[in-house]
Design a protein around this ligand. Structure first.
Ligand code: PLP
Length: 422
């Protein structure tokens, strides 16, 4: 495959754009970040005219694939009359009423533009509501890129483990990171710090897996110690089911954050939750702003997405799970055939593929199988996330079909064969 035009554009991009990208996670891609100029359904095309079956889907938002007509038609219809009015619109009420019909316990909602912003607002609301300042997060979970959240390592012993320069060490002092699924340690930390803990924030499906038992225990601890439970459903919301991961595990958080799939590719995020917490925004006690919040383009897209999901959710999620699980079983079969140690977490609409030997790779100093896999699979016209050194999340859309899966599995079979020879 030829990537020369993408390479040239990347060289040009780096001269005017910091790192050649607008999000750090895009820097790493090999052979260089691809430059795409067209995407329809499950396919994406780069400037070198390579076609790929796309399992990145804009890093999650595109549950209806690229360029879904029903969303674009709605957006085009509404933006003819204006893009941003800077006030509440009827579209905003329509959307909120639909959201409340899906989540009857969520009494109030607010919209913003990115997932990072609504997570930030959830943390602020929890602190304002409880008059406490510490937040518990779980190791390795991503909740956006702010000073409050970019603290992935355990800081139980060492408070200044931040993974970006420029974050004041005071930020880490208010965050306690705890290993996932370690109930005893979580209980101990809460017992020791409860007078200072405002909230616990977690993805309900970290690494794509819902651990109902642990989440139930977290909910119980929050109830016991009067701590706000925040589910960050930015990636799982409307993707794993109409009611998100929380519906699948039947646990009700106090606050929830959504983004990605809500806009089907348009920039919109949402925080939703109980009246007594969310109403702190009503009387201006807690501040939330955003010039672009609830712009007409994003609201019309989200209304189209949510209406479509409400009307067709059974077919939609059946398709996402069937297609995703077909791919997963096929990958497992290929792995068995070529003796490749794959690990797959999650199922259906979103799963993580990694390789056993890559876990703890830095310690055993072995080349990452995932890196080899990534380099080879892209050459076969299959687009997956670069991810971390050990794996990445695969996203499925309603536009992926059995033929895409057949082509993908043929490519994976050949790549695994190649890797097993080395
Ligand atoms: C669980 C979770 N929370 C928050 C974010 C941040 O969202 P955004 O990139 O829209 O700011 C992400 C992004 O991937 C995410 O996966």
């Amino acid at each position: 495959m030829d990537f020369s035009k993408s390479r040239n554009l990347f060289t040009r991009a780096k001269k005017s754009l910091a790192g050649g990208v607008s999000s750090n996670s895009r820097i790493k891609e090999l052979p260089s970040p691809p430059f795409f100029n067209k995407a329809i359904g499950s396919k994406i095309y780069d400037v070198d005219q390579n076609e790929y079956i796309d399992y990145v889907l804009g890093r999650g938002p595109l549950i209806f694939g690229h360029s879904p007509k029903f969303i674009l038609t709605e957006v085009k219809k509404h933006i003819k009359s204006g893009q941003i009015y800077g006030t509440t619109t009827k579209l905003e009420i329509d959307l909120s009423e639909k959201i409340k019909s899906i989540f009857p316990d969520m009494e109030l909602v607010r919209y913003a533009t990115t997932g990072t912003e609504v997570v930030e607002l959830a943390l602020r609301l929890s602190r304002a509501f409880t008059y406490k300042s510490k937040i518990i997060m779980f190791e390795g979970q991503y909740h956006g890129w702010t000073d409050n959240t970019l603290i992935p390592e355990s800081n139980i012993q060492k408070n200044s483990m931040l993974n970006s320069e420029g974050i004041p060490s005071q930020s880490a002092k208010n965050i306690i990171t705890v290993p996932w699924n370690n109930l005893n340690l979580l209980e101990k930390i809460i017992q020791e710090n409860h007078s200072e803990i405002a909230s616990i924030i977690t993805s309900p499906a970290p690494e794509c897996e819902i651990n109902k038992n642990f989440l139930t225990n977290v909910r119980n601890l929050c109830d016991k110690w009067k701590i706000i439970l925040i589910f960050d459903e930015v990636i799982t919301g409307f993707r794993l089911s109409l009611g998100g991961a929380q519906k699948l595990c039947n646990i009700k958080p106090d606050l929830s954050t959504f983004a990605k799939a809500l806009g089907g590719g348009f920039p919109i995020s949402m925080i939703a939750g109980k009246y007594n917490i969310m109403s702190l925004l009503e009387n201006n006690k807690v501040y939330h702003g955003g010039t672009l919040n609830s712009n007409i383009m994003s609201l019309s897209a989200a209304n189209a997405v949510i209406s479509h999901l409400i009307n067709n959710h059974q077919n939609i999620y059946t398709h996402l799970y069937e297609i995703g699980n077909e791919l997963i079983s096929g990958i497992k079969l290929c792995a068995e055939k070529h003796n490749i140690p794959v690990i797959i977490n999650g199922n259906g609409p979103m799963f993580k593929l990694s390789f056993l030997h890559d876990l703890g790779r830095s310690k055993i100093n072995k080349p990452s199988i995932y890196k080899q896999f990534y380099k080879l699979i892209i050459q076969k016209g299959i687009r997956v996330e670069y991810g971390d050194h050990s794996g990445s999340i695969w996203f499925i859309s309603t536009q992926h079909n059995l033929n895409d899966i057949k082509i993908t599995l043929k490519a994976i079979d050949s790549v695994f064969q190649n890797i097993s020879k080395n």
